[in-house]
Design a protein around this ligand. Structure first.
Ligand SMILES: NC(=O)c1ccc[n+]([C@@H]2O[C@H](COP(=O)([O-])OP(=O)(O)OC[C@H]3O[C@@H](n4cnc5c(N)ncnc54)[C@H](O)[C@@H]3O)[C@@H](O)[C@H]2O)c1
Length: 279
């Protein structure tokens, strides 16, 4: 599917309560601006560090819509994540959409990159999931996980980063199967190399095998944050449960991920253990 034939399926963003983890980052800030332009009701940014200029920039988009901020380190663990999300749900009434965009690319401390990119995304998703889950009294909702093209094609420059992003992709696709029960739609967004600070001061865990030029993002063609954010918004509005989107070099493409393993549809007692569409 290309970005041009999505007109019929656009999801309305007006009036939505959105939480954006990492919303003050390069791609996050541009995407948040566009969310505010689309008329979202409430936008809560969760991030490690306060950013006065980003906050002012966002709040100048539309004086009617004020975005809010809570200091939140995604490596803080489940308990603190639950507390913060409960606080937001109480403030907004409910959370319609969670966007997980917090990430680092420095592999020097590989426990930290896994805790930030992978465990942090899982924790925020599961906590929001509990609040949104229709089968447990919630209203349903949307979770958008920002992965990377490094999840689609393993990137030899950043193998640990690639692993965290590949993990997010599989995690998101797996949870998407529960949508008929939970009313929660999930998609994965895979940006290509984008002009942000994400690659600044990156230490590759396996850097000893790489030349200096190869380690620099300037060795690869890149896209602007504006192009990336515009396509993220299009992918969100396409609202396709379980979908994976590549936003690379200003283009948006829905990516078909091939499955190679098909679980038995019946267990040894002859009971159905997996819906046919789970294949
Ligand atoms: N820039 C690229 O080339 C590129 C390519 C592919 C994917 N992506 C993905 O896009 C997303 C946004 O990246 P970006 O380029 O805007 O990077 P960025 O560095 O500008 O933004 C990342 C954000 O994550 C936040 N963050 C980092 N650690 C955190 C923590 N422990 N707790 C809370 N927040 C934390 C940062 O403060 C920042 O706001 C990331 O998921 C990234 O992996 C970026």
């Amino acid at each position: 599917m290309s970005a041009n034939n999505m007109e019929e399926v656009l999801m309305e963003l007006t009036g939505k309560n959105i939480v954006y983890v990492g919303g003050f980052g390069g791609i996050g800030l541009e995407t948040c601006k566009q969310l505010l332009q689309k008329g979202v009701a409430n936008l809560m940014i969760l991030g490690k560090a306060w950013n006065e200029s980003a906050y002012k920039e966002l709040n100048s988009v539309d004086p009617q819509r004020v975005c809010q901020f809570i200091e939140f380190d995604v490596t803080c663990g489940l308990e603190r994540t639950r507390t913060v999300f409960a606080q937001i749900a109480e403030k907004f009434g409910n959370i319609d959409m969670l966007i997980n965009g917090a990430s680092i690319s420095d592999e020097k401390d590989y426990n930290l990159i896994i805790a930030t990119n992978f465990t942090g995304t899982i924790n925020a998703t599961l906590v929001a999931y509990d609040l949104m889950d229709k089968s447990r009294g919630g209203k349903g909702g949307v979770v958008v996980n920002i992965s990377s093209v490094a999840a689609l094609t393993p990137f030899h420059v950043l193998p640990i980063y690639s692993a965290t992003k590949g993990g997010i992709l599989n995690f998101t696709r797996a949870l998407a199967h529960l949508e008929p029960k939970t009313g929660i739609t999930l998609y994965t967004i895979c940006p290509g190399i984008t002009d942000t600070k994400h690659w600044d001061n990156v230490h590759c865990f396996q850097g000893k095998y790489l030349g200096l030029k190869e380690r620099s993002r300037h060795a690869f063609p890149s896209q602007s944050t504006l192009d990336c954010a515009t396509n993220i918004i299009k992918a969100i509005q396409a609202h396709k449960n379980g979908s994976t989107w590549m936003c690379d070099l200003g283009q948006l493409k829905m990516v078909e991920i091939k499955n190679f393993w098909f679980p038995n549809k019946e267990n040894k007692n002859g009971e159905q253990c997996c819906k046919p569409e789970c294949g």
